[in-house]
Design a protein around this ligand. Structure first.
Ligand code: HPA
Length: 353
């Protein structure tokens, strides 16, 4: 059977081709009765619009690229989910690329997406980013950075600010009597890697505490690096009494390392993580974490990109992260009640629209 075209739909619905087109492109200026007839005709005939032809006509693909640094990191998985949901609500599809923390893989995805004429690009740069990302932005590709960003690039950034939450964490640790605080950092080339160490160091300084070099473990946001850094901390003549992992995967590696020595969290060493993930509630003990509003970040990033594509000038968006106290640092109550009380059933940062 010959394929069904837009003229067939118009004939079946008893309206013009232009009206069918308006219905399919969600224009408001169609009467509800005509819209219903068109949608019925589309369903009866099994019509599928030729988006390739439409893209050639409109020079738009209604497709956004999303390039994130590590899809296996639950933070980015949740981010991708909210990006896709918001994009779909705004009439865009997503083509997704996982950079696997490698700038050359990131660039491969970006090249492919540009070749496919995506309308805009959301990027959480791997490592420190790349010349290709900057060139694409300079050449006018609508782009928004989400979570990580490249300093100096003229690209709006949608991210969380963890400083306040890191300060709350240090206050909580201090109140529990901890004085030797160590961090497993992410790669210094990433903004999330460097910012989290700086925030931690500054918060310690407010309490008159130092962050000695021996208490800064260098990680790569992967679990194995969290395990190795923690083993080194435990081998020190004076091990720290807290390990703060700068992401959730390194925290899981740290927990493994502590257990492998027959030690217990928090009795022998306390543990906290940046980024809350659903299963931190289920670990033994449940892990104290800094939760980002991940779902809201993803949605805000898509809205900013849609604004940019549609000719508006989006601003950067910074949303606060917050501390979720559980039992991995000790048993005391939090120093003060958070404004939006976290519960163990609803790990923070999960999208609750
Ligand atoms: N890396 C790993 N985990 C994260 C990051 C990051 O850049 N941002 C938020 N969670």
């Amino acid at each position: 059977m010959a394929s069904v075209g837009i003229k067939d739909v118009a004939a079946r619905a008893g309206v013009s081709v232009a009206t069918v087109s308006r219905v399919l492109n969600a224009h408001a200026s169609v009467s509800p009765a005509a819209r219903a007839r068109v949608l019925d005709a589309v369903a009866e005939l099994g019509y599928r619009p030729n988006t390739l032809a439409r893209s050639l006509r409109t020079d738009q693909t209604r497709t956004l690229g999303l390039v994130i640094s590590d899809v296996l990191n639950p933070y980015f998985t949740e981010l991708a989910r909210s990006v896709e949901e918001e994009a779909r609500a705004l009439g865009y599809s997503i083509i997704f690329g996982n950079a696997d923390e490698r700038p050359e893989v990131q660039d491969h995805h970006i090249r492919t997406l540009l070749d496919r004429r995506i309308d805009g690009l959301l990027v959480s740069p791997a490592d420190g980013g790349s010349a290709l990302v900057l060139d694409a932005a300079r050449a006018g590709t609508p782009m928004v950075f989400v979570d990580r960003w490249i300093p100096g690039a003229d690209v709006p950034v949608v991210r969380a600010d963890g400083r306040g939450a890191v300060r709350d964490l240090v206050a909580h640790l201090y109140a529990l009597g901890h004085r030797r605080l160590a961090i497993i950092a992410g790669p210094a080339a990433t903004t999330t890697g460097s910012e989290r160490v700086e925030a931690f160091r500054d918060a310690l300084a407010e309490y008159g505490l130092d962050l000695p070099a021996a208490y800064v473990g260098q990680g790569d946001f992967q679990a194995a690096s969290g395990r190795r850094a923690t083993e080194r901390f435990l081998d020190l003549p004076t091990p720290p009494d807290v390990v703060f992992a700068a992401d959730n995967l390194m925290a899981l590696g740290a927990l493994d390392a502590v257990r492998a020595r027959g030690l217990r969290v928090p009795h022998d060493i306390a543990l906290a993580a940046f980024d809350d993930i659903p299963w931190f509630v289920h670990t033994d003990p449940p892990i104290t974490a800094i939760a980002q509003p991940t779902g809201e970040l993803g949605r805000a990033a898509v809205r900013a990109l849609a604004d940019r594509i549609e000719g508006r000038t989006p601003q950067s968006v910074t949303l606060p992260a917050r501390l979720v106290v559980r039992r991995s640092c000790g048993e005391a109550a939090p120093p003060e009640a958070p404004t939006e009380a976290p519960t163990e059933e609803t790990p923070a940062g999960r999208s609750t629209p």
